[in-house]
Design a protein around this ligand. Structure first.
Ligand SMILES: NC(=O)c1ccc[n+]([C@@H]2O[C@H](COP(=O)([O-])OP(=O)(O)OC[C@H]3O[C@@H](n4cnc5c(N)ncnc54)[C@H](O)[C@@H]3O)[C@@H](O)[C@H]2O)c1
Length: 274
């Protein structure tokens, strides 16, 4: 295993806790940085719960966890992954403090939609900055997108790919571009499925079954949209339309449903009733 002995995760929420868990199970020590003692305690509880579930499945973590509110504790880490909320200004300031605290670390962002080049613009050491896009829930997902910025050093890309393998996951390597590979493809299929529903081509169930039985997708595109949240997918489609053009224009049906509060599973109704 080539993972650094000491790693850091900045932000111990849903994704950060999952990433910390993956690192601990792979044998790396992890320092999780949170905003305040209350958030730090919550992060520890989340990670401990993930670890307890692993133990039930016979997987023991050999890495040591520490949770802190002081970014200086990242000193000496070889890899620090940022997983704070998707707010550009917040990410920029967090990345700058990682750069200061962990002077030799590879710095990664788990952003799902922001440009890696945009985030790199504020860094002095942009060559050691890369996107590592994990999926939710982290323990159950096999994929990590390694997102390569214009300034990312080739050695950093190679190192990141190897580390993803150390975490027991598969890396795909994607140039920094809107929606990377996964969101762009996933949203493209979902928007076409919505247009088909709008045009009365088939029912939601039959459109989903076209993909589950026809293409072995585990879940159809409309059900996936219900699980992700229609509002979340509308935001991504708006962003991709802005960046990539009208082929990502959200169908009126999606706008109408979001307007009506039909957001998918979380609101009880989306393309399906939950
Ligand atoms: N949730 C998903 O399905 C998913 C999937 C892939 C990528 N992402 C990306 O991962 C990132 C995190 O998302 P999440 O769902 O885990 O969010 P979350 O809200 O669950 O967690 C964010 C955590 O960051 C902490 N935080 C906020 N400001 C901080 C600061 N200044 N210093 C330290 N900690 C701070 C919060 O206390 C919180 O615990 C986002 O960029 C998101 O786009 C999310």
């Amino acid at each position: 295993m080539s993972l650094p002995d000491k790693t850091g995760v900045y932000g111990g929420g849903r994704m950060g806790a999952g990433i910390a868990h993956a690192l601990l199970v792979a044998g790396a020590d992890v320092v999780v940085v949170e905003t305040d003692p209350e958030a730090a305690a919550k992060a520890r509880t989340r990670i401990d719960a993930n670890l307890a579930r692993s133990v039930e499945r016979g997987i023991t973590a050999t890495g040591v966890l520490s949770v802190t509110t002081d970014a200086a504790d990242l000193s000496g880490a070889g890899l620090v992954i940022e997983a704070v909320p998707e707010i550009p200004g917040l990410k920029a300031s967090v990345l700058a403090s990682i750069e200061l605290a962990a002077r030799d670390a590879v710095i990664a962002s788990n952003t799902s939609s922001l440009s890696i080049d945009g985030l790199a613009a504020g860094l002095a050491a942009a060559e050691r900055f890369v996107g590592l896009h994990f999926f939710n829930p982290v323990p159950a997902s096999a994929l990590v997108e390694v997102v390569v910025g214009k300034a990312t050093a080739a050695a950093v890309v190679a190192q990141a790919q190897e580390w993803v393998g150390d975490l027991g996951k598969s890396a795909i390597t994607v140039a920094d571009s809107p929606g990377f590979a996964s969101s762009r493809l996933g949203v493209a299929i979902a928007l076409e499925a919505m247009r088909m529903l709008e045009e009365g081509v088939a029912t939601a169930e039959d459109i989903d079954t076209a993909m589950t039985l026809g293409y072995r997708h585990p879940v159809g595109p409309l059900r996936t949209t219900d699980l992700v949240g229609l509002d979340v997918r509308l935001d991504i489609a708006d962003h991709l339309e802005h960046e990539l053009g009208p082929r990502f224009a959200p169908p009126q049906l999606l706008r109408d449903k979001v307007e009506a509060g039909e957001l998918g599973r979380k609101s009880g109704k989306g393309f399906y009733t939950w």
